[in-house]
Design a protein around this ligand. Sequence first.
Ligand code: RM4
Ligand code: MN
Ligand code: MN
Length: 393
Amino acid sequence: MTEISPSRSATVKSILRGLRIETPSWAYGNSGTRFKVFAQAGVPRTPQEKIDDAAKVHELTGVAPSVALHIPWDRVDDWAGLAAHARDAGIELGAINPNVFQEDDYKLGSICNPDPGVRRKATDHLLECVEIAEQTGSKILSMWVADGTNYPGQDDIRARQDRLATALREVYDRMPEGMRLLLEYKFFEPAFYTMDVPDWGTSYAHCAQLGPAAQVLVDTGHHAPGTNIEFIVSFLLRAGMLGGFHFNSRFYADDDLIVGLADPFQLFRLMYEVNRGGGLAADSDVAFMLDQCHNIEPKIPAMIRSITNVQEATAKALLVDTDALRAAQEAGDVLGANEVLMDAYHTDVRPLVAELRTDMGLDPDPITAYRRSGYQQRIEAERIGGNAMGWGA
Ligand code: RM4
Ligand code: MN
Ligand code: MN
């Protein structure tokens, strides 16, 4: 069993202190499946109210200082004003996520659509998102291209790649210095036969062609069952191509469940590779973002839990005795090496993370603190009338 020494505990805590986890605006609104959206009391009616909820999560956890926006779901007239609202609430506006999947025009795709007019419209939306990012001070354009085909022969797979490359080039060239384009991949859904960016290799190839400000975004729910995601993470980090994450967990497909609940061991393995590859270093620009939907559970506590799950997995990853691990690996000690890893995984890090919160002047138990805060009762009372915002509303 691993005993956590005081010096090790101090190192782990200082790295955890520097961890930044961005929450998504859409997770605070109503969401559901294609069968039903279950409304919850107190959900935001405006982008400002989503920001307020994200700020509450940051206030209680201390490590969620920004919120990602989805355009047009979070569209406002005054972007600088929205950024100021966030600042007043104690957080910043984070990644801008364009939406090129929710209009009738996009039935056959957006930037890969066979119709040049539709491609123009979709590309213009992406360019608009670059502008929005400039106004909100966001440094990341987080792109998910939902394009693909449903039937063999439906469209020319190769031509679609050309269209994709053309649009990405135009967007990339429009980005100001210091902005990054993160290209997300997903193996299926909404299209069922081909996706135009189905996997990390496709994303990598397009990003490499674009230039250094384009990197791959790994959404943990976007792989075929059984895919070894930590291998992908390790490979991308080594190549300097891991831009960031959309954390969530899944049992079957893109379930968007709370990160670390379906498979905490996977999250640990992933964070181990992130650390191994330098992704937790002070100068790393790997963006840790959540991309979840809380269909049946209360949303703000779910976000808090997601953050504590990431912190705990990271703490365990940081507890791996790397010297012992290397020695076992070099000696070809298969079981010994695995034992080093498992030792760290089985360590109860909850007291350490609670101590970190106390060090940071926070309540050691953020979910109980939330329940006590009265915030939930207040939003349920105040946010009556008007339309509750939801996924796509
Ligand atoms: C997609 C993808 C995107 C997210 C949308 C809502 O499956 O994960 O990142 O913005 O869902
Ligand atoms: Mn995602
Ligand atoms: Mn997804």
